[in-house]
Design a protein around this ligand. Structure first.
Ligand SMILES: [Mg+2]
Length: 246
């Protein structure tokens, strides 16, 4: 793995060893998309909210990748920064904060093309569920796995969250999905853009790095798309898809 261009602490030192990549099946039955930097043209939904509130989570990210704080502590830290000065934040406010985020070029076409085939589609994102649910509704994607921000009875953020997708452990989410859908992991394809998607690409039969944000994901991918156009992802998947039975 070439990590020469990366000067950050590598989270792969923190987590358990990576899974052994399953053999690719001749038919792909499920495609899982990362959200931030893949389905949407924004590098991080968390960072987007921080920018809105003029806050910064660099310190917490560093502590998290070093294994010093858990996923739940990470969420608590972020939300409490947004609530600085004691202000209350309604979850629905996040909808308008995310309204400036656009879909990735070619996202609509890529998903519409996939929907003509006998293949399931899902989102696996360590980003915020508010944005993931919005993207899933627009693109008509039925399976959504993202991180949930807890609210009180008034709809205000409590500062707690439910971690459905640990940033450093997307392979565990793939295992859970494969079990629930009765699929072999070799029948799954995944698309990601950052080093945190290495466990995602390693746990499926066909991994695509899209607009790689980190060099280290390139050698872990079966295909790499450098052009900012998700229809190129469809082109790579098509040979492994079956038409829907009429
Ligand atoms: Mg991403």
């Amino acid at each position: 793995m070439d990590s020469s261009s990366c000067h950050r602490y590598c989270y792969l030192n923190t987590r358990k060893r990576l899974p052994t990549k399953p053999e690719r099946n001749s038919q792909i039955k499920l495609v899982l998309f990362d959200m931030d930097g893949v389905l949407v043209d924004s590098i991080s939904s968390w960072r987007h909210v921080h920018t809105h509130f003029s806050t910064n989570n660099d310190h917490a990210v560093k502590a998290y990748v070093q294994g010093k704080i858990t996923d739940n502590e990470f969420i608590r830290h972020d939300v409490n920064q947004w609530k600085q000065d004691g202000q209350h934040i309604f979850k629905k406010e996040l909808q308008s904060i995310f309204s400036t985020i656009t879909l990735m070029n070619g996202a609509q076409t890529c998903i519409q093309q996939l929907q003509k085939y006998d293949v399931q589609i899902g989102i696996v994102s360590a980003g915020i569920d508010v944005l993931a649910n919005k993207v899933a509704t627009i693109l008509n994607i039925p399976l959504v796995y993202a991180n949930e921000l807890e609210t009180d009875l008034n709809g205000q953020l409590t500062g707690e969250g439910k971690v459905h997708v640990p940033l450093m452990q997307k392979d565990a989410v793939v295992e859970q999905i494969a079990y629930q859908l009765h699929l072999h992991q070799g029948e799954i394809a995944a698309v990601g853009n950052s080093c945190f998607d290495i466990p995602l690409l390693r746990s499926v039969g066909f991994g695509i790095a899209f607009q790689p944000d980190d060099d280290c994901i390139i050698s872990e991918a079966d295909e790499v798309v450098y052009k900012k156009d998700l229809t190129k992802v469809f082109n790579h998947l098509q040979p492994f898809l079956s038409k829907k039975k009429k």
